[in-house]
Design a protein around this ligand. Structure first.
Ligand SMILES: NC(=O)c1ccc[n+]([C@@H]2O[C@H](COP(=O)([O-])OP(=O)(O)OC[C@H]3O[C@@H](n4cnc5c(N)ncnc54)[C@H](OP(=O)(O)O)[C@@H]3O)[C@@H](O)[C@H]2O)c1
Length: 453
């Protein structure tokens, strides 16, 4: 197998892809004969490329020296379509024995997707119907609906959908995979998973980091395209979808798409930019790109009716955190002492993986006071060994031709339709400059008075 990474000198390769491949190697999940071929513009030889990766690696890599002999580097400007014929010839010369299984991972900005795909297809490196050659596209797939449509059209004119993997690594996270099981394998939840019993749902994705060295990329994107179009909407789809008629990939995606197609945005939205963003490397002066977005929306299905969904994401927050909070309606009973609190189901995706249920019970003692209590399940704590990183799971799925945790075209199309509309509205909304999490959430509380953030 040859696993080629376009954009291999970037942050994603060092931080996620190489560690995931290394772990798969350690777990004997990679074929005996394999090469990880990194492609970038920088003038490295194999040793120089490996040294660059080593400089950015964190953690324990006890068998690194055995693994690293499989890593090689090829220098190429992939924005030049003519460079692909030499690339094709090089593959045939050096990797003839490994070319049966080819995975091309596009860890690049989306504007490079069409040219790289075209280069691979034109030079017959990836051929329609050859299910042993696949292209993986990093998120976001496209810059807007029009570009995503044109990339997709171009791809499907030349290769099959089953050779295309549009990755959203959040779908590989343990607790996101857990949502459907928790919902549909438990009578206690599925029967009350609707507007009659649920007051509102929050999906919260905070990042503590600033844009760091990735300003050039981020400024073209912003929170809407970097987080909402993919991670938050995919999570929303899993939380809000109707039960599929069967638990197969197609039926689940059919239901997810319906959610995305029925999103109705509220006007109560807010965009922010952290103070100091304009001084970051690669940010044009006066940029209005949002690093924080708070969206209130509804899902126009009989299950949800007027239930509000709140999506909040931002950079430069106090901590990196991802969680889904389902808040149930008030209990209909009135207690003389100790009024019960609303029940909550909290699905924690990051940093802790777990589930909390907040409920009311009797306070210990002689009198019958109601008091809040918590059931707490820690997913990671009860697992023997580490849960696999999302990228590890997803790369393994690509190797095994399993696209169930990858996004289908109609999901992407429906997401972009909403994001395009929001991008238009965004220009008429004030951009709140925030110093820190406390400041931006205090501002948000004045907009969403009805909910505790
Ligand atoms: N970073 C993350 O944690 C992360 C997480 C999820 C998704 N993603 C997505 O993954 C993609 C890549 O992210 P990234 O952070 O790795 O980006 P990045 O740091 O900007 O890396 C992209 C790499 O592509 C190379 N490149 C650019 N133009 C090239 C060309 N014409 N020919 C050859 N190489 C070229 C650059 O290499 P040279 O310096 O050699 O030119 C650069 O190192 C983005 O779409 C992003 O949204 C990233």
């Amino acid at each position: 197998m040859i696993f080629t990474i376009f954009g291999a000198t970037g942050d994603l390769t060092t931080k996620k892809l190489i560690p995931a491949l290394y772990n798969l190697y350690i777990e004997s999940q990679l074929p005996e004969e394999f090469t990880v071929l990194g492609i970038g513009r920088r003038d490295y030889d194999d040793a120089g490329f490996i040294a660059e990766i080593e400089a950015g690696m964190q953690g324990d890599y006890a068998e690194w020296d055995v693994f690293k002999v499989h890593i090689q580097y090829y220098r190429m400007d992939f924005s030049n379509i003519d460079a692909f014929s030499a690339f094709s010839a090089m593959l045939k010369t050096h990797y003839a024995g490994q070319l049966r299984d080819k995975i091309f991972y596009l860890a690049t900005a989306p504007r490079f997707f069409p040219i790289i795909a075209e280069g691979l297809i034109q030079n017959h490196i990836v051929v329609r119907g050859d299910l042993r050659s696949k292209i993986v596209f990093e998120k976001p797939f496209g810059e807007d609906l029009a570009s995503a449509k044109s990339y997709n059209r171009m791809l499907l004119q030349s290769i099959d959908e089953s050779q295309v993997y549009r990755i959203d690594h959040y779908l590989g996270k343990e607790m996101l995979q857990n949502i459907l099981i928790v919902r549909f394998a438990n009578k206690i939840f599925e029967n009350i998973w609707n507007f009659k019993h649920i007051d509102h749902i929050k999906i919260i994705a905070y990042e503590s980091e600033t844009v760091k060295q990735r300003g050039g990329y981020y400024d073209q994107s912003g929170a809407l395209k970097d987080m909402v179009q993919n991670h938050l909407f995919q999570t929303l789809a899993l939380v809000a979808m109707d039960s599929p008629t069967g638990l197969n990939d197609r039926l689940i995606k059919d239901e997810k798409v319906k959610v995305l197609q029925r999103i109705v945005m509220s006007d109560d939205i807010m965009f922010g930019q952290y103070a100091g963003y304009l001084d970051e490397k690669g940010i044009p002066s006066g940029s209005k790109t949002e690093t924080f977005a708070a969206l209130k929306l509804y899902i126009n299905t009989s299950r949800w009716q007027h239930t509000p969904f709140y999506l909040i994401t931002g950079k430069k927050m106090d901590e990196k955190l991802f969680r889904i909070v389902i808040t149930f309606k008030d209990s209909s009973f009135f207690f003389e002492k100790g009024q019960p609190e609303k029940n909550q189901l909290v699905i924690e995706v990051y940093p802790r993986e777990g589930i909390e249920i907040l409920f009311n019970g009797k306070a210990p003692g002689l009198q019958a006071y109601a008091m809040p209590m918590k059931l707490d399940y820690c997913h990671l704590c009860n697992t023997i060994g580490n849960t696999p990183e999302a990228y590890e799971k997803l790369i393994l799925d690509v190797i095994h031709d399993d696209a169930s945790l990858f996004t289908r075209w109609d999901e992407i199309e429906a997401s972009w339709e909403i994001i395009d509309a929001l991008e238009m509205i965004k220009h008429f909304e004030p951009l709140v400059i925030y110093e820190n999490q406390t400041a931006i959430l205090a501002k948000l509380e004045t907009l969403w008075k009805e909910v505790k953030i």
